[in-house]
Design a protein around this ligand. Structure first.
Ligand code: CAA
Length: 295
């Protein structure tokens, strides 16, 4: 019998999850929809603010399933079943019979709170709400909820299909049954769920951002991008820091830096250059010096 993860309540308290909702149809949301459909084998519905975004999200899932099929990682039957499980809607009414709804919308507290207020108007009383936030306070998100006990942090890492870790965040009022369900879900999704304190950027991004902070600082101070970035490759990192930044997305990285800076001050400086990189787009990253000149 497997040992209960540290801080996980009795698994007998866990509730069944038979339908999942994903709010947002961006890159993270699409990856989550694919994971839930593939591993849990339950219907998953994605929503976003317009039909074009919803179609793109569902299209992403179908495209990824096709890639898995082409690599012979899944059977044709499983591919068809997985695709059929994922649908999209512009209306959150589609979550009326969901047991678990996770949001992966823009990393801003106000936006997330608005989403949860809209969700509470349509979901059942027992429906669990989860946030995939990478740096914001889950406690703050729960503040205005009618049922704060149903909110839990459920933070995945990019690329979701291959990163094994899942940070599970308990807010002060999160119910034991909700937390137990989160741990059981993590197991069903074949992820390692770990309980982390509701502190800015939790644990993983705190560590990662120290590294990112130093690399962007070296770049800010004039070290060319290819040196600041390339020098780290031989140290055994699975991916160069700037490639990782580009994958996570500079706006997300900036939000995480800002959250950590607000919480811990100078230990986490916000790179002035990150703004420039965002303005210039990721593409010019390797050709541009910190002053905007060719490196
Ligand atoms: N989607 C799906 N699968 C992917 C993928 C993607 N985007 N990228 C790679 N993979 C799969 C590949 O298909 C391959 O699987 P198969 O063996 O089945 O074909 C497997 O991963 C290994 O890939 P590769 O051999 O091509 O490359 P690799 O050995 O360099 O591994 C990696 C790729 C696992 C992504 C590795 O580079 C890595 O671990 N990078 C660091 C990622 C990381 O630190 N993520 C955390 C980001 S922070 C974050 O997300 C938090 C936040 O809140 C901001």
């Amino acid at each position: 019998r497997s040992k209960r993860p540290a801080g996980a309540p009795d698994r007998k308290l866990a509730r069944p999850v038979t339908k999942v909702g994903v709010v947002g149809a961006g890159l993270m949301a699409g990856q989550l929809a694919l994971l839930f459909a593939r591993q849990l084998k339950v219907p998953v519905v994605l929503t976003d603010i317009d039909q074009a975004r919803v179609d793109k999200g569902v299209g992403y899932v179908h495209g990824e399933v096709d890639k898995l099929l082409a690599k012979k990682r899944i059977s044709a039957d499983a591919a068809n079943r997985t695709k059929a499980l994922v649908s999209g809607s512009v209306s959150k009414e589609a979550f009326a019979d969901a047991d678990f709804v996770i949001e992966a919308v823009f990393e801003e507290l106000g936006v997330k709170k608005q989403v949860f207020a809209e969700l509470e108007a349509v979901v059942t009383e027992d429906c669990i709400l989860a946030t995939n936030t990478s740096s914001l306070s889950v406690t703050a998100m729960a503040e205005d909820l009618q049922h704060p006990e149903r909110l839990v942090g459920f933070h995945f890492f990019n690329p979701v299909a291959v990163m094994p870790l899942l940070e599970i965040v308990r807010a002060p009022r999160t119910a034991d049954a909700v937390l137990a369900t989160a741990f059981e879900l993590a197991k069903s999704l074949k992820k390692t769920g770990v309980l982390v304190k509701d502190a800015a950027a939790f644990v993983v991004n705190r560590i990662l951002l120290r590294l990112m902070g130093e690399v962007t600082a070296a770049f800010d101070e004039g070290t060319p991008a290819d040196v600041a970035d390339g020098a780290l490759k031989p140290m055994g990192l699975p991916m160069s820091p700037f490639t990782l930044l580009a994958m996570v997305g500079l706006p997300v990285a900036q939000h995480v830096q800002e959250s950590l800076n607000a919480a811990f001050g100078d230990r986490f400086p916000v790179s002035a250059n990150l703004h420039k990189l965002i303005d210039n787009g990721v593409k010019g990253l390797w050709e541009t010096g910190p002053d905007g000149s060719a490196a």
